[in-house]
Design a protein around this ligand. Structure first.
Ligand SMILES: NC(=O)c1ccc[n+]([C@@H]2O[C@H](COP(=O)([O-])OP(=O)(O)OC[C@H]3O[C@@H](n4cnc5c(N)ncnc54)[C@H](OP(=O)(O)O)[C@@H]3O)[C@@H](O)[C@H]2O)c1
Length: 254
């Protein structure tokens, strides 16, 4: 698919843009006129996203792919380099939650969770770094979670909380390492965002929102997360790096 957005458009890569928060991110960046590369594993979700943004087809590249696949990550970076010559913003959004409890969690679930939520964001940033260095205002934004900041009993998967706590430290380590080159690295930590990730756990959503979302017991909308990401990607955040921005209706307050 060729790209025909205006030359001032930013080049943005979003992992897992085919559902939930990622889909809101895709819509938000496209709405500002940016060029967006995204992907997910499920072909139907990929087709749905392409159909939803058919009018922006020249600005959107959406493919079926797995972020844990090293060959794919290398191909993606090569493609963005060949088509755009740089990358302005990388959003590490793809994530999964498996299992529940603590000692009873399955090791295969632990490995899949760490591979997707922690190792893949590092590896994608690593492979994209040469393209980010070619941007006039490069930014990396990791989608973390309120679950990273405290062992809340309402965060039911230990592997998930640990993966996101690791992602927060990765955010700071990358900010430290890449800051001298002008590459900003930040994270957004959402509270509860009703999405496909929750499956049919609507009772748990209600419980958390009542107990922890002290701000009028509001859920967080994917668009709330997208607004925070747009800010962190923008020139308005030009000296903001290494921060974890809570977008959580107060989840982490107590
Ligand atoms: N929903 C919440 O309450 C909440 C709260 C805090 C943080 N978050 C974080 O927000 C991010 C987005 O979650 P969401 O709520 O929007 O969930 P979602 O609706 O399930 O979306 C997850 C997205 O990631 C993709 N994905 C998952 N594994 C992938 C892989 N290995 N390779 C490529 N794509 C992959 C999914 O597509 P495929 O399944 O088709 O691959 C989908 O597009 C995650 O990092 C999540 O941990 C969510």
């Amino acid at each position: 698919m060729s790209l025909d957005s205006p030359s001032s458009a930013r080049v943005v890569c979003i992992s897992g843009g085919t559902s939930g928060i990622g889909a809101a991110l895709v819509a938000a960046f496209l709405a500002t006129g940016d060029r967006v590369y995204t992907f997910g594993r499920n072909p139907e979700r990929v087709a749905r996203l392409a159909q939803r943004h058919a009018v922006a087809a020249g600005s959107l590249v959406v493919t079926v792919a797995d972020v844990t696949d090293a060959a794919f990550r290398a191909e993606l970076a090569a493609r963005i380099g060949a088509e755009c010559g740089r990358l302005d913003c990388l959003v590490n959004n793809a994530g999964i939650i498996r299992g529940g409890g603590c000692l009873e969690e399955d090791l295969a679930d632990w490995r899949a969770t760490l591979e997707t939520n922690l190792i893949a964001p590092f590896a994608l940033t690593q492979v994209c770094a040469p393209l980010l260095r070619l941007s006039p205002a490069p930014a990396v934004i990791n989608i973390s979670s309120a679950c990273a900041q405290h062992p809340f009993a309402t965060c039911t998967s230990t592997s998930y909380s640990v993966s996101k706590a690791g992602l927060d430290m990765l955010t700071r380590r990358l900010a430290l390492a890449l800051g001298p080159e002008g590459i900003r690295v930040n994270a957004v930590a959402p509270g509860v965002v009703p999405s496909e990730m929750w499956g049919d756990a609507t009772g748990l959503i209600d419980e958390i929102v009542q107990r922890r979302h002290v701000l009028q017991h509001r859920v967080v909308d994917p668009v709330d997360v997208a607004r925070a990401v747009l800010f962190l990607a923008s020139a308005q955040a030009q000296v903001v790096t290494g921060t974890i921005l809570n977008v959580d209706a107060g989840y982490t307050l107590g």
